[in-house]
Design a protein around this ligand. Structure first.
Ligand code: NAP
Length: 253
């Protein structure tokens, strides 16, 4: 029997990077997959790679609360009860707080809307089936759920990821009585399209991360799949309100 047999997993931001790897990894372990993303083509590609019998995709902007509610109603009617939710969609912008106030404020609003309010929106929309199935929620935090890394201009992102960890702990406490487990993963620097620009144009910043990482390399999206499987499956039956760091040891030094 595979780890996620019988589960229906919805993954946000599943058209790219970490979300796509998690979707494919969950499918390998028997789950049916709903891949949602702003990036419609990417999500469709993920669903195609999962296989048409077990994967489907929908466009979704997690910042749009009513769109989340509409999708939840559609999924309940046409597909089934979501038993695993991975809140993975996220964005990053790096402009200094002490720079242009309008630019920083726009970054702040956009980042909070997706990285933090988006997590709440999707969780709220899919809470009824998650309670019914005694489901599992996996939120994607960051090393920036704990620390402000030594790259400039990510105060909004750091704040949003601290919020993701706070929400994870709060919901872990609140939803335990319903049998719903809520955990997070804290990736280090993972080479994905999110940071393609930094890797190409600012290799010195990337080197700062790598030099600070005991395992001595950048992560891959596949490095996050194992922790996600652990938190989504019965392997973690007595784990809630926790964060599993997958950061190559970044926070140990
Ligand atoms: P990615 O490759 O850019 O994938 C993120 C996906 O989310 C993209 O397809 C993106 O679509 C989508 N998305 C953006 N805004 C959305 C919205 N409002 N609604 C729905 N989907 C949206 O990034 P990734 O590196 O896999 O990151 C996934 C998560 O891991 C994020 O929460 C990120 O903060 C977190 N994380 C990443 C790293 C890292 O080093 N990569 C480290 C720690 C944490 P578009 O392409 O159209 O924008």
């Amino acid at each position: 029997m595979a780890l996620l047999d019988g589960h229906l997993a919805l993954i946000t931001g599943a058209g790219s990077g970490i979300g796509r790897a998690i979707a494919l990894g969950f499918a390998r372990e028997g789950a049916r997959i709903i891949a949602v993303d702003l990036n419609v083509e990417g999500a469709a590609e993920t669903a195609k790679d999962v296989g048409q019998d077990r994967g489907c995709s929908f466009p979704l902007d997690v910042a749009d609360r009513s769109a989340c509610a509409e999708l939840a109603a559609k999924v309940a009617k046409d597909i089934g009860k979501v038993s695993i939710l991975v809140n993975n969609a996220g964005i990053v912008r790096r402009n200094p707080f002490a720079g242009d106030a309008d630019v920083f404020t726009k970054d702040w609003e956009d980042i909070m809307a997706v990285n933090l309010t988006g997590v709440m929106n999707v969780t709220q929309a899919f809470l009824p089936p998650l309670i019914e199935t005694k489901g599992r929620i996996v939120n994607i935090g960051s090393i920036q759920s704990f620390v402000h890394v030594r790259t400039p201009g990510s105060a909004a992102y750091t704040t949003s990821k601290h919020g993701v960890l706070g929400f994870t702990r709060a919901l872990g406490a609140e939803l335990g009585k319903h049998g719903v487990r809520v955990n997070a993963i804290g990736p280090g620097f993972i080479a994905t399209p999110l940071n393609a620009n930094a890797r190409t144009n600012h290799p010195e910043l990337v080197q700062v991360f790598q030099d600070h990482t005991p395992l001595g390399r950048l992560g891959t999206a596949e490095d996050i799949v194992g922790p996600a499987l652990f938190l989504a499956s019965d392997l973690s039956a007595y784990v809630t309100g926790s964060i599993v760091m997958a950061d190559g040891g970044y926070r140990t030094i």
